[in-house]
Design a protein around this ligand. Structure first.
Ligand code: GRF
Length: 207
């Protein structure tokens, strides 16, 4: 299937925390590097610092807490908000929840995530800590389409960074984060240029 290709797209971003990747995408849109706009930022946590940062850019924000709701029920509220905002692409940016199959079905081939590691190594939480503790020489960042597994969807872009002797989780995270801020807007740009083709497990970049 071919992805993207819309004239001027609309992006919905899901966050749970500081929102630095959300900002990197929003800035790239503003600066004309991505032919799309961030239409809506949703957090599942009311105190996510990214909410204020998005609002400061004039982006509409929404808090949809899970509270007592089941996963599907919560997801469907998020889907309804994304639909109401007419988003073409959903970007997970530090969203600390696994999406249900029903959510994913609503946006086939239209959900991206960024992971602070070189997938398929070290999926899940604390990828940077896992990398330091394991003793790998290289780590990095991965942007991938989201499927029902944990950080397991088709890979769009990866960037490697060295793990230096003496690195801690914090120092490695900072080095990876710089790459994340470059990589995620680049992947979103390719998406809206209609240049990402999902072929089974692989993503072909055309043009
Ligand atoms: C990033 O490291 C991202 O790769 C991971 O969660 C972190 C989110 O950071 N999924 P931020 O909220 O974008 O600053």
């Amino acid at each position: 299937m071919t992805t993207g290709g819309a004239a001027r797209g609309r992006i919905g971003i899901l966050i749970s925390g500081r929102g630095s990747n959300m900002l990197s995408i929003a800035r790239a849109c503003r600066e004309g590097r991505i032919p799309a706009d961030v239409a809506l930022v949703i957090s599942n946590l009311p105190d996510a610092p990214g909410l204020e940062r998005a609002a400061a850019l004039g982006i509409e924000t929404l808090v949809i807490e899970k509270r007592g709701a089941g996963r599907r029920e919560h997801d469907m509220k998020v889907v309804a908000a994304l639909r109401a905002a007419r988003v073409d692409l959903v970007c997970l940016a530090g969203y600390m929840r696994l999406l249900s199959a029903d959510f994913i079905r609503e946006f086939p081939g239209r959900i991206l995530n960024i992971h602070p590691g070189l997938l398929p190594a070290f999926p899940g939480l604390h990828a940077q800590r896992q990398a330091v503790e394991y003793g790998v020489r290289w780590s990095g960042a991965t942007v991938h389409f989201v499927d029902e597994g944990l950080d397991s969807g088709p890979i769009v872009l990866q960037a490697a960074v060295p793990v230096e002797p003496g690195d801690t989780e914090e120092t490695l995270s900072a080095r990876i984060l710089d790459e994340e801020h470059r990589l995620y807007p680049e992947a979103v740009r390719l998406y809206f240029e209609g240049r990402l083709r999902i072929e089974g497990r692989k993503v072909r970049i055309t043009g």
